[in-house]
Write a protein that binds this ligand. Sequence first.
Ligand code: APR
Length: 248
Amino acid sequence: MEALRDLPADAPLVVLTGAGISAESGIPTFRDPDGIWARVRLEDVATPEAFARDPGRVHAFYDARRRALLDPAVRPNPAHEALAMLERRWPGPFLLVTQNIDDLHERAGSRRLLHMHGELLKALCTACGERREWRGDLGVETVCPACGRRGTLRPDVVWFGEMPYHLEVIHAALERCRLFVAVGTSGQVYPAAGFVEVARRHGALTVELNLERSAVSDLFHLHRFGRAGEIVPAFVDELLLVTGVGLA
Ligand code: APR
């Protein structure tokens, strides 16, 4: 199957998103020229070793990102909204897997959603394992509300060298999906960058929606290049039309 029109209207879908989908909402990506990793070394803020060495610095990095996410000017854009609409309208199984730690998919209305790299608005206690919503700053003096210990909370995000969340469920969905769509991801970070290969090997049609070619572009059957806020709504409309599901 190499064309969208051959896809049954109840085919299982998996959509993978990365930082590019949130760029037009005002959240910087990682590897673009103005991206986060052009300003900060990931070894200083996004590894378990960095947190062990200098937890204050790591907290300050995520505190700044959490505050920026909670800025009222940061809102879901038409790409997030289109994927939420696709989930509501698609008659078959649907799973949205995001590498993003922001909550813009939820705010747009997505529900069948897995955050494989964790969530910025949650804290995890390394002592008692409690996870809870967290919208304020975190520091080395912060007390865990569940166990009362001091300095044990960390952002509930997956750092380099740690195991992403939900991989079993994601792999099962990749193996049975008939359509795999990747949005706004550079294809440089595994295991997410390898999902297209898994889906394709199991017979899925694979589509890349990105500003430019990614590191794994060759593994996609179809490509649409442009800004997510434009190409994702256009692709969702096209998918709903050619499969006969209809727009509304
Ligand atoms: N619309 C669509 N795509 C865009 C846009 C846009 N407006 N702006 C940027 N992009 C594309 C870039 O061209 C790039 O290919 O989004 C991609 C973003 O790539 P990265 O910055 O590498 O982000 P991502 O792939 O999500 O990174 C994966 O690496 O460090 C981490 O843990 C972090 O989850 C993240 C992981």
